[in-house]
Design a protein around this ligand. Structure first.
Ligand SMILES: NC(=O)c1ccc[n+]([C@@H]2O[C@H](COP(=O)([O-])OP(=O)(O)OC[C@H]3O[C@@H](n4cnc5c(N)ncnc54)[C@H](OP(=O)(O)O)[C@@H]3O)[C@@H](O)[C@H]2O)c1
Length: 349
């Protein structure tokens, strides 16, 4: 991937919905540095958005987004840094030829936007999905490991998050909701650089649904642990008791997310690791860094730059389907992200 500072620049403005949240603030500031005056932050708090030079917008109401696109009139791309309830806002954008970059992490929603491929292609618009840390960089590592073994039979993805990071409310709500989902694979013990040998627990990151299709791999598993061994143990012990099933309810999600935000144990470092296997062959890649919200925002900004400068074809793509973005892990080196080839394999618990 090239690293031109502002390769021509976009023709119009870029609306960053959720543009002052934990992820969105990095997207807005990074795009603003590359394309001064072109990034417009949006959110439901219209007064706050306006103070930042942005607009009030609510993604639960596609008509509201349409109104904003009509008022701003020169928006060429919308970066979704908050999860809408369904694919209607993506449709509103793509039908008008407005590109979409979506940091969303819910498999059902990603599938629904994926179904708009024909709509996007007909309108000459591009949508990029699986943008962020997980999904996002996990997809890119999985692709590398898959290639390294000559086409994997199975891929195991492991994510370690810092329990001391001030994660955004929407990301916490999503994580809490994930605890309510049923699991079908076992925990895995694996070496995570900087954190030693750790047990990671099954967790429904969307990659386990998308990568079998995009890479043609029969089995993809996704697991999570926190940097704090204690919190990881407590959280997944609670899941075994069935208590966390209540987290399927939105009110419980909000309350648990608010409670989790008050917990301050551990740091803000993250690790992601992809292990691919084919027969006796094994390849592993890992990335380490600090601030998963910041790095998710950086990934979204880099992807958006490729899209608005016309370097990605029309249609809906997941990040690993865009060859120009394969070098993103190396590009993020200047932001403190390190790519590693971790030793050692993995073992089911
Ligand atoms: N792919 C990945 O690796 C990855 C990693 C982290 C997060 N994420 C996803 O990124 C999203 C944002 O996470 P975050 O940590 O940045 O959360 P956050 O700090 O809560 O930010 C959400 C932002 O969206 C705005 N917002 C909330 N509801 C909205 C609505 N209905 N319409 C318009 N704006 C709305 C909020 O402002 P107002 O309340 O003022 O509207 C806020 O600015 C989540 O969906 C999360 O799952 C993905």
């Amino acid at each position: 991937m090239t690293t031109v500072k502002s390769p021509g620049g976009p023709a119009g403005r870029i609306l960053v919905v959720g543009g002052y949240g934990a992820v969105g603030a990095t997207v807005t500031s990074t795009l603003d540095a590359w394309f001064p005056g072109r990034a417009v932050p949006g959110g439901r708090d219209a007064a706050r958005a306006r103070r930042l030079g942005g607009v009030g917008v609510d993604v639960t109401d596609p008509e509201d987004l349409l109104r904003v696109l009509e008022v701003l009139s020169d928006v060429t791309a919308v970066v979704l840094c908050v999860e809408p309830p369904d694919a209607r806002v993506a449709r509103v954008c793509l039908e008008r030829g407005v590109h979409v970059v979506d940091v969303g992490a819910t498999a059902r929603l990603l599938d629904d936007v994926g179904a708009l491929h024909g709509v996007a292609a007909d309108a000459g618009a591009t949508a990029v999905l699986s943008v962020g840390l997980a999904p996002g960089l996990t997809n890119l590592l999985a692709h590398r490991a898959h290639d390294a073994v000559g086409g994997a039979d199975g891929i195991d993805l492991t994510v370690l998050l810092g329990s001391g990071e001030r994660h955004g409310a929407d990301a916490l709500r999503w994580t809490v909701a994930g605890l309510a989902e049923p699991v079908s694979v076992r925990p895995l013990r694996t070496e995570l650089p900087g954190h030693g040998s750790r047990t990671a627990h099954p967790f429904p990151f969307s990659d386990q649904h998308t990568l079998p299709r995009t890479l043609g791999v029969a089995r993809v598993t996704t697991r999570l642990c926190l940097d704090s061994r204690l919190l990881t143990g407590v959280l997944f012990a609670l899941r075994r008791t069935g208590v966390t099933r209540a987290a399927a309810r939105p009110d419980v999600q909000r309350r648990l997310a608010a409670l989790t935000r008050r917990v301050r144990v551990g740091g803000d470092g993250f690790v992601i690791r992809a292990d691919a296997r084919r027969g006796g062959r094994h390849a592993a890649y890992a990335l380490t860094g600090r601030g998963q919200s910041r790095v998710t925002g950086l990934v979204a900004a880099y992807v958006t730059r490729e899209v608005v400068t016309g370097r990605v074809s029309a249609g809906v793509h997941h990040i690993e389907q865009i060859p120009r973005l394969a070098g993103l892990p190396e590009d993020l080196g200047r932001h403190g992200v390190t790519l590693l080839r971790p030793p050692g394999g993995t073992a089911e618990r």
